[in-house]
Design a protein around this ligand. Structure first.
Ligand code: DLL
Length: 433
C-alpha cells in the first residue's frame, strides 16, 4: 500500500520541478528570516535569486552541527515564537543539544510523512501500534504517535522502559505493529522469553525500527526472535524527526527518501564534492517544506549510498542504503578505519553469541587497543573454558581478516552488557586525545 499515491510515485522530472519550486521558496524565506543564512550566503556571494536549477544549488554552503550549536537555542528558527507550537531537542553525545521547532503546519507535514512511513512499513488503519520509542524531547515517540493517528491506526503510547509491563501489554492488547529502536526490540524479545511469553503467540506482523544503525544480520536476528517483518526507518531531528526515509516492506531493500520534502545529496566528507548516485559518502539534506526550522545542505555525518532505480513497490522515490555508520563514529584504531557496524556484521555471522556487544577503545603506551565485549548465549555459557577460548579466538581472527585490525575479544556472560531503552551505546572510547 502507498499512503500518498500522487507524491510517492511521481515521474522523476515532475518531482524535480516540485523540488526546485519548494527549494526556491525555502531559500528566500531563510535569507529573509534567519541572519545565519543571510550572512553565509552573502559570504559566498550568492543570493536566493542565483539558484535557478537544482545544479546551481550545489554552490550553497553547507550547514553543520556546529552552526546549530553556535545558534543555540532558537537562532535558526525562521518564524516568530508565536507561531511555534512544539519544540524538540536531540541530546547529541557531547555538548549542547540541538533545539528544533515546529509550526502547526510542520506538525501536520510530519504526521503525513509518518503516516506514509508506517504504511510503507506494513501498517494500515486497522492496526494496533505498540509505540516503544521514547516520548519527550526525542522525536521518536511523538513522531510515530501523530503519524499513527493520522493513519487511523490505534496507537499504544507505551514509550521506552518498564519492559516487563510492555510484555504484558503486548500479550493482552494484541498489537500488530511494533515501533522501537532495534536494540530495544531485541531487549523486548529477551525479557519476553524470561517471562515465558513467546512472540510466536503474539499478533505482531511488522516492526518499524530505526534511530540507530543496525546491520542486515541484526534484521534477521530480530525477525527470527520477534516473528515479524522488520523494516528500517530513518530520520533526524534537524530535518523533522522520524519519517525522512523508510523501507517498503515489499522490498526491504533501501529506504525511500520522501524527496518531495527533503533533497538528499551524497558528498565526499573530505572535500565536500557532490558524488554521483551509487557512490558511498556523507548524506546531506535540505528540507524544502518546513516553516519553523528549515535547513539548507545539512551535513548529517551519516554514511550511505543513493539508488534511483525503480522499486517493486511502485514508489519512484530514491532509495538510500541502510546507514553503514557515521563519519564521527568511525574509530581509527592504529590507522585503520573501523565502523561499529562492520564489527557487528562480523559478530552476527558467528554461532553461539548474542547481538549485544560493546567496543572499548584504550590507549596503552601510545598504542590504540580495541577490546570487543560480546555476550555469549545461554547455550554456549555452559561450554567448557577451552571451547569458549576457541570462540574468542575465532571472533578475533574474523575481525582481523575482514577489517584488518587486531582486537582483543572478551566473551561475557549473558545479559552483562547494559541494555538501552533507546539508542544503544556501542562504543566506549577511553582515549584522551
Ligand atoms: O533518531 C529520529 C528517529 C526516531 C528516526 C525514530 C527513526 C526512528 P535524532 O535523535 O536526531 O533523530 O538522531 C538522528 O540517528 O543522523 C542517524 O545517525 C541516526 N539514525 C536515525 N535513524 C537511523 C537508521 C532520530 N534507521 C541520527 N539507521 C541520524 C541508522 C539512524 N541510523
Amino acid at each position: 500500500m502507498i499512503y500518498d499515491i500522487e507524491f510517492e510515485t511521481l515521474p522523476r522530472e515532475a518531482l524535480a520541478a516540485i523540488q526546485l519550486r519548494h527549494l526556491r521558496t525555502t531559500l528566500e524565506r531563510v535569507y529573509a528570516a534567519v541572519p545565519f543564512y543571510r550572512n553565509r550566503f552573502q559570504e559566498a556571494g550568492i543570493t536566493p535569486n542565483d539558484i535557478r536549477t537544482l545544479e546551481d544549488f550545489q554552490q550553497l554552503p553547507f550547514t553543520t552541527k556546529k552552526d546549530l550549536r553556535d545558534n543555540y537555542p532558537y537562532g535558526m528558527f525562521a518564524v516568530p515564537m508565536d507561531n511555534v507550537v512544539r519544540i524538540h531537542a536531540s541530546s547529541g553525545t557531547t555538548g549542547q543539544p540541538t533545539v528544533v521547532g515546529y509550526t502547526a503546519r510542520d506538525i501536520n507535514t510530519w504526521s503525513e510523512l509518518m503516516a506514509r512511513a508506517l504504511t510503507a512499513g506494513g501498517a494500515g488503519p486497522k492496526d494496533i501500534i505498540h509505540n516503544a520509542y521514547g516520548y519527550g524531547l526525542f522525536t521518536g515517540g511523538l513522531g510515530v504517535h501523530y503519524g499513527a493517528e493520522k493513519l487511523g491506526a490505534s496507537v499504544i503510547p507505551v514509550s521506552g522502559g518498564n519492559t516487563n509491563r510492555q510484555i504484558i501489554i503486548m500479550r493482552d492488547f494484541g498489537p500488530t505493529i511494533l515501533t522501537a529502536t532495534p536494540s530495544y526490540a531485541l531487549h523486548l524479545a529477551e525479557v519476553a522469553e524470561e517471562m515465558g511469553v513467546s512472540f510466536e503467540n503474539l499478533k505482531f506482523k511488522y516492526g518499524v525500527f530505526g534511530a540507530e544503525p543496525w546491520s542486515e544480520q541484526m534484521r534477521h536476528e530480530i525477525e527470527r526472535k520477534l516473528h515479524l517483518k522488520a523494516v528500517d526507518i530513518y530520520g533526524l531531528s534537524e530535518l523533522i524527526g522520524p519519517g525522512v526515509a523508510v523501507e517498503c516492506h515489499e522490498a526491504q531493500n533501501g529506504l525511500h527518501i520522501f524527496e518531495d520534502h527533503f533533497i538528499p545529496e551524497i558528498i565526499d566528507p573530505a572535500t565536500g564534492k557532490v558524488l554521483p548516485y551509487g557512490e558511498s559518502g556523507e548524506l546531506v539534506f535540505t528540507s524544502i517544506t518546513k516553516e519553523a526550522f528549515p535547513i539548507v545542505r545539512y551535513r548529517t555525518r551519516d554514511i550511505t549510498t543513493l539508488n534511483p532505480e525503480p522499486c517493486i513497490c511502485g514508489r519512484t522515490l530514491v532509495r538510500m542504503k541502510k546507514v553503514s555508520g557515521r563519519t564521527d563514529d568511525m574509530l581509527i584504531i592504529r590507522g585503520v578505519n573501523v565502523f561499529p557496524s562492520q564489527i557487528e556484521s562480523v559478530l552476527m555471522e558467528i554461532e553461539g553469541i548474542e547481538p549485544h556487544y560493546q567496543l572499548v577503545v584504550d590507549r596503552e603506551d601510545n598504542l590504540d587497543t580495541l577490546t570487543v565485549l560480546v555476550e555469549i548465549n545461554e547455550r554456549s555459557f555452559s561450554d567448557e573454558v577451552k571451547v569458549l577460548q576457541q570462540l574468542e579466538r575465532k571472533i578475533s581472527i574474523n575481525i582481523k581478516e575482514y577489517l584488518g585490525v587486531s582486537a582483543r575479544v572478551k566473551l561475557v556472560e549473558p545479559k552483562v552488557i547494559a541494555r538501552s531503552q533507546g539508542k544503544a551505546v556501542r562504543v566506549i572510547d577511553n582515549r584522551k586525545i
